[in-house]
Design a protein around this ligand. Sequence first.
Ligand SMILES: Nc1ncnc2c1ncn2[C@@H]1O[C@H](COP(=O)(O)OP(=O)(O)OP(=O)(O)O)[C@@H](O)[C@H]1O
Ligand SMILES: [Mg+2]
Length: 631
Amino acid sequence: MDILKKIEMYREEEEKLRWEGSFADYLQLLKEKPWVAQSAHSRVYNMIKDAGIEEENGTKRYKFFCNQLFGLEEALERLVEEYFHPAAKRLDVRKRILLLMGPVSGGKSTLVTMLKRGLESYSHSDRGSIFAIKGCPMHEDPLHLIPHHLRTDFQEDYGIRIEGNLSPLNMMRLEQEYAGRIEDVLVERIFFSEDKRTGIGTFSPSDPKSQDIADLTGSIDFSTIAEFGSESDPRAYRFDGELNKANRGMMEFQEMLKCDEKFLWHLLSLTQEGNFKAGRFALISADELIVAHTNETEYRSFISNKKNEALHSRIIVMPIPYNLKVSQEERIYEKMINESDVSDVHIAPHTLRVAAMFTILTRLKEPKKGDIDLVKKMRLYDGENVEGFNSADVDELKKEYPDEGMSGIDPRYVINRISSTIIRKEVPSINALDVLRSLKDGLDQHPSITNDLRERYMNYISSARKEYDNIAKNEVQKAFVYSYEESAKTLMNNYLDNVEAYCNKSKLRDPLTGEEINPDEKLMRSIEEQIGISENAKKAFREEILIRISAFARKGKRFDYNSHDRLREAIQKKLFADLKDVVKITTSSKTPDEQQLKKINEVVARLIDEHGYNSTSANELLRYVGSLLNR
Ligand SMILES: Nc1ncnc2c1ncn2[C@@H]1O[C@H](COP(=O)(O)OP(=O)(O)OP(=O)(O)O)[C@@H](O)[C@H]1O
Ligand SMILES: [Mg+2]
């Protein structure tokens, strides 16, 4: 559709949503839709809830966050369940400042931006609609018009609790424009918009000497004092500070802990009583979510300062650690690359995954249990099967370090290294080795890394490289077999037939001649030896497999190539062992003969068609694997 047409449609849509009426009309509307009177915190919570919640292995997944923030399920669950949910129920936490604490580039700003954009679009929906006294610069809640002594009656009637006092400006307007007739006061539907400064504000501190508290709470409009005669006339005051503008919605407080103290003290009363002081007026009620973010070092130094004690209890700290799952980290890179100018460069398969492995290793802490290394821990965290461990072990590992993920390499660093690889390499195609090399070079230039840390990180690069070597070898060997899956399946079925005959002490039938033959001991052993099963252990292994097969059958499931990890490994190794020489000779020959050339072309074509390579990356892969096999 034409963009102009879309713009027009959007305008029409907005037009349709507009609503204006008297306070009396608004009360009528409240009868039908009591939720429009909800508090700011409750609106944020419902916005998250309405987007949908899924539950996976006991962890909640909020759809609201899930296409922008990856691998933060646990932190988000805590944030929603320990802050937004109770705050929506008007519990005391709602009055506190929400402080997101996490390492650099860990997604804090992304999270805040999502809440802002989310509120903007939620306020256009029926469930998120919101109304205000017309013409009020603070979009004041119309229910503030109801005098205190009538509020209990109102609550009985409407089931809605009213909090907060009518602001001085609207008090005056009520008298002067409406002659005190509350029912006539005009009410309108508002739509949150950061650009228009409606319900969404951002405060970022600048030079403390020049910055004025007015940025936060508004200021006297000197040009109109003469007209109204007094500084305490609310008409001579501009309610245009960020706290004013963010009323009913949310305010982001950037670099809060770097901020001058006088700004923080202003928040004290807001966080205690839900109101703040502006100019020479009585306290002004505000209903808004205040979010700030910081890193751990900054936070520690803030709380170690005695002067800040009163503020501690007014802040609720929510950790936003780094993601600790390789596959999620890969998604973060994909997202960041798609948002960049290099999105058209070919990135060979496994490149981002290998980079992510390195990154995650830098974030993990060494397991205390002796029998598990960091690479295994990384796999377990990502939900992979690791022989000898189960999900209970994963929980135990997580409990060892509740504050894991607060340090390590950040995603932006990796993306910068990937970008510089792309720029340095002439062909528009990069692979895992290019990126690992670049990450390594980058460590030398990294200003904030100590020698010890650099050495550790170098080891992680080697670990990631080792993982890549295996992946690369597998990929090429698979591509060498015409229809790898098919061959593996055939070999496995053949093995299973023989195992069955062996265990039942029966015979097999030769498919060609129909003759009865003995189980093929040589074939079975050649597979079992691949995973180190000794002559003495073979019987037990074969019987165990048969038991597994019948267990599968009982549950009505098919036992297949992927049902038994060790058997699959054995089959794969057997296939590769048979191939090893061919692969080795073909990939490393400097002057391949005609047949080898044909094979190489075939494999390259398969890598391109079935595995997502391009011709540059496929040839690079073959050459690399050739060199690996010849070591
Ligand atoms: N868990 C994550 N899921 C998705 N994207 C992420 C995640 N962590 C970081 N990012 C991406 O990394 C980049 C940096 O994130 P962001 O700016 O939100 O971090 P921050 O915590 O605000 O960092 P800083 O402390 O430097 O302000 C963004 O492009 C963001 O999308
Ligand atoms: Mg940020």
